[in-house]
Design a protein around this ligand. Structure first.
Ligand code: SAM
Length: 276
């Protein structure tokens, strides 16, 4: 007799954003594992669900996993939820899910809300390739180092950020990715003050700085990937270089042409050398 572990997505704001199947499962399992039982009780009360809530959060997950695996092995059906959205996405549950799966227990997802997927779906940034990084380091130097490692990535980059750090993080993104890189700030999705703003990093920093309301609530940041350089970009850079070299030394002309057109300085230099 083996139990089942259901991993259930819950709303990220609007309590109506929960699937009919999620409500059925949450009503019928033996217990619901929740990060903050008082917070989740409000959701369950709203939907008339009286299933017992057990606490499972980042500080007790390791200690509790073995006894939960025993419960599941003896036939209990459990549901895992987090405070908002999909469990394990910047939320606890990884240890339990891994151990349950290794023990041969059925682990089933109940798909639903996830803040970064919701944000990506309305951002108007490329969604065919993207990477999600969760929260950046809170200390500035570590954050800048992490961003520098991502500066040349061409897919859309997605982050969660706390409201009291959003301005500092956007300013660091501007420093590392440049003024012109497009970004989207998706705030309070599915709630009363839902705001989705798409702008260059320069304009986004100015906007957030000038409006303290934008530094409140729950926030997803999305950054356009570095633009891939096309043949047209290189021919534009070469023709600018040709004009500049009349008055400037070669290296200076290459540097300026690369800055103006955004193409790689080294690649442009190689093209100039091989064209000689
Ligand atoms: N598991 C959740 C999910 O599926 O998205 C995320 C949990 S993570 C601890 C919480 C972070 O998600 C918040 O700090 C914020 O960055 C983002 N978030 C959660 N709800 C949001 C919302 N309604 N609007 C924008 N971002 C949200």
């Amino acid at each position: 007799m083996t139990g089942e572990l259901f991993v259930v997505a819950t709303p990220i704001g609007n309590l109506g954003d929960i699937s009919l199947r999620a409500l059925e499962v949450l009503s019928s399992v033996d217990a619901i594992l929740a990060e903050d039982t008082r917070h989740s009780r409000r959701l369950l009360d709203h939907h008339g669900i009286t299933t017992p809530l057990w606490s499972l959060h980042e500080h007790n997950e390791k200690a509790k996993t073995a006894s939960l695996i025993d419960d599941l092995s003896s036939g209990k059906k459990l549901a895992l939820i987090s405070d908002a959205g999909t469990p394990l996405i910047s939320d606890p549950g990884f240890c339990l899910v891994r151990e349950a799966r290794d023990a041969g227990i059925a682990v089933m997802p109940l798909p639903g809300p996830c803040a970064f997927v919701a944000a990506l779906s309305v951002a108007g940034l490329a969604s065919d390739a993207f990477s999600f990084f969760g929260f950046l380091p809170p200390k500035q130097q570590a954050r800048i180092n992490a961003l520098k490692r991502l500066a040349d990535r061409t897919e859309t980059l997605i982050f969660y950020e706390a409201p009291h750090r959003v301005l500092a993080t956007l300013a660091d993104m501007q420093t590392v990715f440049g003024d012109d890189r497009l970004a989207v700030m998706a705030r309070e999705l599915s709630k009363s003050y839902e705001t989705v703003k798409k702008a260059s990093l320069l304009d986004l920093v100015t906007w957030v700085e000038s409006d303290p309301n934008q530094q409140k609530g729950e926030i997803v940041l999305l950054i356009e990937g570095k633009r891939q350089q096309t043949d047209a970009d290189f021919s534009q850079a070469l023709s600018l270089y040709d004009k500049l070299k009349a008055d400037l030394p070669m290296k200076r002309a290459v540097k300026l042409a690369s800055e103006v057109t955004g193409v790689s300085k080294n690649q442009l230099y190689q093209m100039v050398i091989s064209a000689k």
